[in-house]
Design a protein around this ligand. Structure first.
Ligand SMILES: Cc1ncc(COP(=O)(O)O)c(C=O)c1O
Length: 381
């Protein structure tokens, strides 16, 4: 049997006619930039995420960069986030010549550890603390960070909060939607996301009208009206073709997310039944969280050998992420060293993403768990 990490063709088969009809309409209209589909999608996403405003942008990366720009973050400013996330989170901070300030993660959810957050803030020198301007809590793998204490600390230190919800559209924290709790929410429509386009795309959510308007201006080179530039912005527009595809997909998202959750539960049960609890830890879901399982991440012993073994059995897996950001070559200048964020460093060595998507069959999941069990029995550990 072959079980790939992700199979988008299966999803496409179910929506092919709907999608092609909408693409055809865009082609007939020949209006490709910031047209009626983008406008409608913005309203639909705002509604879905329970945010007042949503602004379509060119990628999930720009959905982080633009809020930072709108918040006035610039050279020498400091922005808090975790070192255990996709590069874009910290890369966007660094692109503005601002400085990423890392805080380690919780070992079970892989999200920022709020207990360490205030400690790191307090440890900054007075001059550094005065430059601390924003925080980007990342809702990793489909589960929100513990936002209540994060928001409290952010308020105390007057930090702009940008939720990196790239992997987490539709997730809830204490009944609040991901992307609706901070000053901004950042979403990615990269094809592997729960709501994935046919290329790159992203969305910023916001509740403050002035800030939302600033993002809208920033995404068109800072101009309003056209050719009159109030700010130096960038070109970051979601295009009509992507918006048309995403609008079709958004209608199916609640069903797909329900299917993802069912598959996550099935994995949990299969691992329980397999009797390998010392070798494999299934994901932790906090009771206040509604997890949308963009990824199903297990923590395992002998991760790299297991991964190699599974590949030979036709099972696709991935490591998100093998090198925490504080140890990336490009961030050497920040002065961090190995051992600074032990929880992130350990997670980078032990975590493995298994295939999860709405169309994954029970037989495929049984095969995956059976092969993982087989690996540990073979190792005799
Ligand atoms: C946590 C996180 N932040 C940001 C991004 C950036 O999104 P994009 O790839 O759409 O630029 C991603 C996407 O991979 C992500 O997973």
């Amino acid at each position: 049997m072959k079980v790939s990490l992700l199979n988008l063709k299966l999803q496409y088969q179910g929506i092919r006619d709907e999608v092609l009809k909408e693409i055809e309409k865009v082609c007939d209209n020949q209006s490709f930039i910031l047209g009626e589909n983008v406008k409608a999608l913005e309203q639909e996403i705002a509604h879905y995420c329970n945010a007042k405003f949503a602004i379509g942008v060119a990628s999930g990366t720009d959905a982080i960069l633009l809020p930072l720009m709108a918040a006035g973050i610039g050279a020498g400013d400091r922005v808090v986030t975790t070192p255990y996330t996709f590069f874009a989170t910290a890369g966007s901070i660094a692109r503005l010549n601002a400085i990423p300030v890392f805080v380690d993660i919780e070992p079970d959810t892989y999200n920022i550890d709020h207990e360490k957050l205030e400690y790191v803030i307090k440890k900054q020198s007075a001059s550094h603390r005065s430059r601390l301007k924003a925080i980007i809590p990342v809702h990793l793998y489909g589960q929100c960070a513990d936002m209540e204490p994060i928001l409290k600390i952010s308020k105390k230190y007057k930090l702009t909060v940008i939720e990196d919800a790239a992997q987490t559209i539709g997730a809830e924290y204490n009944g609040k939607m991901a992307g609706s709790m901070g000053d901004f929410g950042s979403f990615s429509f990269y094809p592997s996301k729960n709501l994935g386009g046919f290329g790159d795309g992203g969305m910023v959510t916001a509740n403050n009208e002035r800030l939302a308007e600033k993002i809208r201006i920033m995404r068109v080179h800072g101009s309003k009206p056209k050719y009159y530039h109030k700010f130096v912005g960038i070109n970051s527009r979601l295009d009509e073709l992507q918006a048309a595809v995403l609008r079709v997909k958004l209608k199916h998202l609640p069903t797909w997310e329900k299917n993802r959750m069912e598959r996550a539960k099935r994995y949990d049960k299969l691992f329980q039944d397999a009797g390998i609890p010392d070798m494999v830890s299934a994901p932790t879901v906090r009771p206040y969280n509604h997890h949308v399982f963009n990824q199903y991440i297990i923590r395992v012993k002998r991760r790299d050998s297991l991964r190699e073994y599974l590949a030979k059995q036709g099972i696709g897996t991935e490591i998100y992420y093998p090198v925490p950001l504080h140890l990336q070559q490009c961030f050497k200048y920040l002065g961090y060293k190995r051992g600074d964020f032990p929880v992130s460093e350990k997670a980078a060595k032990e975590t493995l993403a298994l295939p999860i998507y709405p169309e994954l069959t029970p037989e495929e999941q049984e095969y995956v768990v059976d092969k993982i069990g087989g690996f540990y029995r073979k190792c005799n550990i």
